[in-house]
Design a protein around this ligand. Sequence first.
Ligand SMILES: C[S@@+](CC[C@H](N)C(=O)[O-])C[C@H]1O[C@@H](n2cnc3c(N)ncnc32)[C@H](O)[C@@H]1O
Length: 427
Amino acid sequence: MYESGKRSYLDLPSEAQAALIDAARDASPVRGLTHGYYKYPARFSPVFARAAIQTFTKPGDVVLDPHVGGGTTLVEALAAGREGVGVDISTLAEFVASVKCTILSEAELDTLQRWAIKLPQRVDIHRPSVTFEDYEALGYYKHLDDPSRWRLRKAIDQALASAVKLQKPRMVAFGRCVVLRTAQWALDGRKQPPSVDDFRISLMEYAGEMLRGARELRAAVKENGRQSVTVLRRNAWGLQHDPSLFDLRAPRLVVTSPPYPGVHVLYHRWQVDGGKEVPLPFMIANKLDGAGGSYYTMGDRKYPELATYFANIKATMSSVAAIANHKTVFVQMLAFSEAHWQLPKYLEAMEQAGLKEMFLSELKKEGDGRLWREVPSRRWYSEQRGATPASKEVVLLHQKLIPSQPQARQSVRHRTGLPARASSATA
Ligand SMILES: C[S@@+](CC[C@H](N)C(=O)[O-])C[C@H]1O[C@@H](n2cnc3c(N)ncnc32)[C@H](O)[C@@H]1O
């Protein structure tokens, strides 16, 4: 790190900066490894996560994503031989990230391959339905009994029943994820659902694609060494007190994309029929839903100046800062509905969380000196009801603020031997 004017710059060679900048601006479609298991809303590009990992960490280092969503960071950390820790408040994110980071054995992959080939036969609209009654009673099949969708609902249930028969929990989870991905394709954001025949074929195709991804991840881990991955389903606020992290080394890199201020993203629902929200993904993943939309987006947009959002982000990033050290680099990708006031407020929240903004010298001459990128596709916004388009994202860089030591006071305490509060009261 070095200082110039009021700004602090990360001490990185020009080529490393250029690689990071290019990766942040990369607009190629998401592909490779297990990234295609689910289209997690507002996921970031694996190319970006990979570049951040390569730039700021060495094999064996700890990489943390405190808003891990679909687990992009963890998959890249695992493939690169880094230890990954992911945290998310959503049970659906926990499911997706965990399945994507499971290294299946050759024998398990072969069994799943055989299952995938027979999967289309398991869906037969003329055979009796299988219903997951507990979930039905809790309303997880909402909006699926419409005449244009009941056949698909039956097909999804039959495919799910077949996944459950795989028995071994990690294989069942993979099977459920195949159904999740195919049902997402069939239902989410579509006016007209596909035919059951198309659904059957897609089940097999997605399963095949996912198995190829699983093999690719397995090969990468074999080549780069196997490190552990931890997925925690919890609020990132209070993370420093989680007993499962007591032995964790300080992360070398925190790379994350928290919910965006003022931007409404539906993390926990699919939309059918022009906007009707369905909780079905949780039922397919065999998980219970958390709460309303604001639970997943750090607060309701109705509060003036997004007060709950900024209180939450300050709290979560303070907790993350508490488990980091002065070498940890924080890389965040964000969008705003109104950047002109939300970005300064966001930066203020980071400062209150104990983080100091860092810059790249290669961007000194660009705009405000930050790493902005055009957003290639707003599909995931345009599908959301009441969406606020945001055409740009910014990558923010931070390191932990090192508090300066109050020397004079310390020496007084030494001399008098009084506890801190007593000595300042007498001062
Ligand atoms: C933009 S998404 C992350 C997407 C992720 N980068 C990916 O590639 O899939 C933001 C995530 O933050 C999670 N989240 C919201 N509030 C949280 C909190 N207080 N603690 C932890 N996670 C939270 C949401 O559930 C959501 O999955």
